[in-house]
Design a protein around this ligand. Structure first.
Ligand code: RP5
Length: 187
């Protein structure tokens, strides 16, 4: 330590005093944390997960603007239950980097469940699940060029490989995805 920088308190005095968070404390700040400070810190980190914030709890994503009429039902159901959500359009095939970034940052942003709707070769829910450990609920959608009434999207979403689960609701049943999200959130 440089001789020019004075110590905040003389060396050799008793144990440092803990200063409450948010309090600037006395001028004589502790030189090192007390050993038992580790336990409260760990609890705080765990508690951050449960903090009430204004951040949306549910992310609703879909592969195309053309999916919006079907997916709006999820947003409406969540709003009716007082659950905050955000709605974004992002395609697993057309915007792969956007989808990856969104999924990777979802938990840190406060999201707790992701609802992902897509039609045709509906990769979006599975790709989101590949990049987050949040629960993902897939909504298979019909679109202009669907085959077998949306069976293409239904199989794409339901047939995930072991270890990367996606919950799957019925074709075009975005409302059920919201009800399931509410149950996951215990709301
Ligand atoms: C999927 O392709 C979308 O989720 C949508 O259901 C379907 C058709 O997309 P658009 O051609 O209407 O943009 O990726």
């Amino acid at each position: 330590m440089s001789e020019d920088v004075p110590l905040s308190r003389p060396m050799g005095e008793g144990e440092p005093e803990l200063v409450p968070v948010g309090d600037t404390g006395p001028q004589e700040a502790p030189l090192s944390p007390a050993p038992e400070a580790d336990a409260p810190m760990a609890e705080t980190a765990a508690d951050i997960e449960d903090l009430e914030t204004d951040a949306p709890r549910v992310g609703i994503v879909m592969g195309s603007k053309s999916d919006l009429p079907a997916m709006e039902k999820a947003e409406a159901e969540l709003a009716e239950r007082g659950i905050s959500s955000e709605t974004r359009v992002m395609s697993a095939h057309r915007d792969p980097d956007v989808v990856a970034d969104y999924a990777k940052n979802a938990r840190l942003r406060g999201l707790r469940v992701i609802i992902a709707g897509a039609g045709l070769s509906a990769a979006l829910p599975g790709v989101v699940a590949a990049h987050t450990d949040l629960p993902v609920i897939g909504v298979p959608l019909t679109s202009r060029t669907s085959i077998a009434g949306g069976l293409d999207a239904l199989l794409s979403i339901a047939q995930m490989p072991p270890g990367v689960p996606v919950a799957c609701v019925g074709v075009d049943n975005a409302r059920n995805a919201a009800v399931l999200a509410a149950r996951i959130l215990n709301a």
